[in-house]
Ligand binder design. Structure first.
Ligand code: TYD
Length: 141
């Protein structure tokens, strides 16, 4: 069972030029999963909160492609907050981590690389159900 301590900030490659920078990401190489889907959150009102769920199998890399926001991580026992504010840092989330994205700067863009296509049945949207299963799985392990 993953814990919040398995959620790591990965420094991504930066190809620098005076006319702007590029950050390439290769699934299975720069991040520990193959990329099945890319999506991004934008037009988020300043100070807004997103997320508020966990996934049974999905792994993700979360990047502040523009602006900044905080990610609250919770494995059912421990909590941790990570601030993302540079497009060359990605926060890796293994499966079964509850996350909330908070304090978006206005104009902030959250880019997400995901290991699976969208499947609603992979979500925990109820925090208490997530905590109950996380603790039961931890006891089994
Ligand atoms: P959700 O993952 O709950 O968004 P957030 O974590 O940013 O608050 O998704 C919000 C809605 O968008 C929900 O109805 C499902 C839909 N959705 C898709 O249809 N495809 C996707 O790839 C994603 C991420 C969400």
């Amino acid at each position: 069972m993953p814990t919040v301590y398995d959620c790591s900030v990965i420094e991504l490659q930066r190809i620098h030029s005076l006319s702007g920078n590029i950050t390439p990401v290769y699934g299975g190489e720069n991040i520990p999963f193959e990329i099945a889907r890319v999506y991004y959150l934008y037009d988020i009102p300043g100070g807004e909160t997103r997320g508020g769920h966990a996934h049974k199998e999905l792994q993700q890399l979360i990047v502040a492609a523009s602006g900044s926001f905080d990610v609250l991580l919770d494995d059912g026992i421990n909590r941790k907050v990570v601030n993302l504010n540079r497009p060359y840092f990605g926060l890796y989330l293994p499966r079964r981590i509850w996350r909330e994205l908070l304090n978006f700067s206005s104009g902030g863009i959250c880019l997400v690389l995901a290991s699976e296509v969208y499947t609603e049945s992979d979500y925990y949207r109820d925090y208490d159900a997530f905590v109950r299963d996380a603790r039961a799985l931890r006891e089994e392990a």
